[in-house]
Design a protein around this ligand. Structure first.
Ligand SMILES: NC(=O)C1=CN([C@@H]2O[C@H](COP(=O)(O)OP(=O)(O)OC[C@H]3O[C@@H](n4cnc5c(N)ncnc54)[C@H](OP(=O)(O)O)[C@@H]3O)[C@@H](O)[C@H]2O)C=CC1
Ligand SMILES: O=C(O)[C@@H]1CCC=N1
Length: 283
């Protein structure tokens, strides 16, 4: 059982995915999970209704009994959020940031007082306990903090401890990654439907194929290249499919998707590292 009180600052997609994962894992009592947002009481009520967790409007938050403060707002809102948090911060708090492109150093500097900051990059598969989540620690974090947060994050899936310099590429691979696979299935669904399959059935077939391939890789008995070769009969159907993928730049497209997301994460870090920042809207 996780021992500590958690407050989510932000009640959007990522906060909900983590709340869902934590609640389903049963490793955190519901009364220990609290969530607030900027200005949307309906959203807080909906989360309470669905997960039976604690909700509090931002103005009414008391942080004395909180242990972990999870920042789950968009990067454009971080400066205002940190400025508000600063006065309420206490030495026992550990601040966890889920924000893409925001460094631990940025948060440490803004909050001051040797704040313990852990940068976490989860993904929305946290909802079903299947996230690939990375964490990197700031300079004031103890081993005990690190272990405690790692244990908590395991409720949402696999946890990888990284140096912070690798969080950008991790974001490109795994933080944004689910979207690439959804995009793939969107296309499979369309082509299946065009060939006369029921859309839902084509979707299930595509998803089951991804799931099976992922599980084969996770078994670790063979490399992806060896597994691909086992599917590919000389002059057979797969060879033609792979030829088309190469001809249409499939490999390049995958590489560029990961690298573009990674570059954006770096770009955001640089933007927020500047002494005087202007707001950049992500969307
Ligand atoms: N979505 C994803 O797949 C992933 C997202 N992330 C990161 O998670 C963060 C949140 O993303 P996402 O959930 O998609 O965003 P959403 O837009 O869905 O949610 C943002 C939430 O932040 C709230 N908020 C804004 N300002 C404050 C504040 N000062 N104090 C408290 N709450 C505040 C908003 O409240 P209100 O509605 O009232 O304005 C809203 O509930 C981002 O920084 C993103 O980089 C990381 C990994 C994956
Ligand atoms: O798109 C984004 O910026 C966030 C971070 C990773 C996934 N979603």
């Amino acid at each position: 059982m996780f021992n500590g009180n958690i407050v989510f600052f932000g009640a959007g997609s990522m906060a909900e995915a983590m709340i869902a994962g934590m609640v389903a894992s049963g490793t955190i009592p519901l009364e220990q999970i609290q969530v607030t947002n900027k200005s949307n009481p309906e959203r807080l009520n909906a989360l309470k209704e669905k997960y039976n967790i604690q909700i509090t409007p931002r103005e009414a938050l008391e942080l004395q009994s909180a242990d972990l403060l999870i920042l789950a707002m968009k990067p454009k809102d971080i400066e205002d959020a940190l400025d508000r948090l600063k006065d309420q911060l206490m030495p026992h708090h550990v601040v966890i940031s889920l924000l893409a492109g925001i460094s631990t150093a940025f948060i440490e500097k803004r909050l001051g007082n040797h704040t313990r900051v852990i940068r976490v990059m989860p993904n929305t598969s946290s909802t079903i306990g299947e996230s690939a989540t990375a964490m990197a620690t700031g300079q004031f974090v103890s081993n005990e903090d690190k272990q405690k947060v790692e244990e908590l994050l395991k409720a949402c899936g696999a946890v990888y401890i990284l140096e912070e310099e690798h969080i950008d590429i991790f974001t490109g691979i795994a933080g944004s990654g689910p979207a690439y696979f959804y995009y793939l299935i969107e296309h499979i669904e369309k082509v299946g439907e065009a060939a006369g399959l029921d859309k839902q059935l084509a979707r299930q077939m595509g998803a089951q194929t991804i799931l099976g391939a992922a599980k084969m890789i996770m078994k670790n008995d063979a490399t992806p290249t060896e597994l691909r070769e086992k599917v590919t009969s000389p002059n057979g159907t797969t060879a033609k499919g792979l030829e088309a993928l190469a001809a249409y730049g499939g490999g390049k497209a995958i590489r560029e998707a990961v690298l573009s997301a990674t570059r954006r994460s770096k770009e955001m870090s640089l933007h927020y590292a500047r002494p005087k920042t202007k707001t950049v809207d992500q969307d």
